[in-house]
Design a protein around this ligand. Structure first.
Ligand SMILES: Nc1nc2c(ncn2[C@@H]2O[C@H](COP(=O)(O)OP(=O)(O)OP(=O)(O)O)[C@@H](O)[C@H]2O)c(=O)[nH]1
Length: 350
């Protein structure tokens, strides 16, 4: 029906929690639904969009997929997101659903608030915010800070007025959620999952709606059928940043750094990946992902690392005319040693 608003689902969650994997599954089960996909990534290499493009899934049409890579979507709402949405809504063909994947560092609140802008509000409603959580990482204590250490740092530097960026972001993404997907349950025990549930719930005053999942395998009825209209409630889900900076200080992502490392062909992928593991551990890399040119192989190699967990596989043939190259995006905290990491990665590839 033309007078019905188009539902939009916002999928958020920290770097590497499994958002793209879940979306892939969702598209595989689209059942004829026409889904527009807006993908936002932190870093200059559009890996997520590239992995989904040409993935062979029928519902995954290149023209229905829009990549927004000019920074985090929460900071570029006016310049990037609103114009993209209005263009999408002006298309003569109508979508059944819009799915938005935020970058792993995005605060969902400003994005959801954008659905109250008049030109969007009349046509679209937020069906729900789905926050994907890496339950294994939570169980390993990745988001639980060493508060004693932070307090000591605050004594040294008075400008440190809040918790660590990882913990804050983790909580802001939880507080914005209508549904929390506790993902990667294949990596933890039932008891660990229970502990993760309590940890996550303790970070919100609202009772949270949580479902466990592995590789984001959940039904589309659940993921796309929340029916919340979150834009109406966003004022009740304020982020740390909003609460700390009532005066309206700009939010930014200065606490994080991302850079792309270009390397030559990699003849020994197994040994390369092993060496990358050490680079990641030595330098506390949060996320590393990209594509590798393996000489003599017709297919491109994908490398995906989330903390110390690293995966590599050949995903598709290099296309005719496509330049075979090795490019990996690396993300860490702002003081990450970019020069040392680049040189260690070069050495690993040699
Ligand atoms: N073991 C395990 N691995 C998973 C699961 N879900 C995703 N992964 C892996 O985790 C890595 C990151 O997954 P993505 O889907 O790319 O995560 P993302 O949230 O889109 O990552 P960013 O966009 O970089 O924030 C990949 O290597 C996935 O194969 C899961 O449930 N279990």
């Amino acid at each position: 029906m033309l007078d019905q608003k188009i539902p939009a689902t916002v999928i958020t969650g920290f770097l590497g929690s499994g958002k793209t994997t879940m979306i892939r599954n969702l598209l595989e089960n689209a059942n004829g639904k026409r889904i527009a996909l807006i993908i936002n990534e932190f870093g200059d290499l559009g890996v997520d969009g590239n992995l989904l493009k040409g993935c062979g899934i029928e519902a995954c049409r290149d023209e229905d997929m829009i990549e927004l890579n000019n920074g985090c979507i929460c900071c570029t709402v006016a310049d990037d997101f609103i114009p993209t949405m209005t263009k999408l809504l002006d298309r003569p063909d109508r979508f059944d659903h819009i799915v938005i994947e935020t970058s792993g560092l995005a605060l969902p609140q400003p994005l959801v608030a954008a659905f109250n802008w008049p030109e969007i509000k009349t046509q679209v409603t937020v069906d729900g915010v789905v926050t994907v959580i890496d339950a294994a990482a939570v169980s390993e204590g990745r988001f639980a800070d060493d508060h004693d250490k932070l307090d000591a740092q605050r004594v040294q530097d008075e400008s440190l007025d809040h918790d660590s960026p990882l913990e804050e972001l983790f909580e802001d993404q939880i507080r914005a959620a209508d549904l929390i997907v506790l993902n990667k349950t294949d990596l933890i025990s039932g008891a660990q999952l229970d502990a993760v549930k309590s940890d996550v719930q303790s970070r919100s005053v609202r009772a949270l709606n949580m479902v466990p999942a592995s590789f984001g395998k959940l039904s589309n009825q659940l993921l796309l059928g929340l029916g919340v209209g979150t834009e109406e409630d966003i004022a009740n889900r304020r982020s740390h940043h909003e609460m700390e900076h009532e005066a309206g200080e700009e939010h930014d992502h200065d606490e994080f750094e991302s850079f792309v490392v270009g390397l030559g062909p990699v003849a020994e992928p197994k040994s390369f990946v092993e060496k990358l593991k050490s680079v990641i551990a030595d330098h506390d890399v949060l996320r590393l992902k990209g594509f590798v040119d393996v000489p003599g192989k017709p297919m491109r190699l994908v490398v995906q690392a989330v903390g110390s967990r690293i995966e590599h596989y050949f995903d598709r043939s290099w296309n005719p005319g496509e330049e075979r190259q090795t490019r990996l995006v690396v993300i860490g905290l702002h003081d990450i040693d970019t020069a040392a990491i680049s040189s260690a990665m070069n050495a690993a590839a040699a």
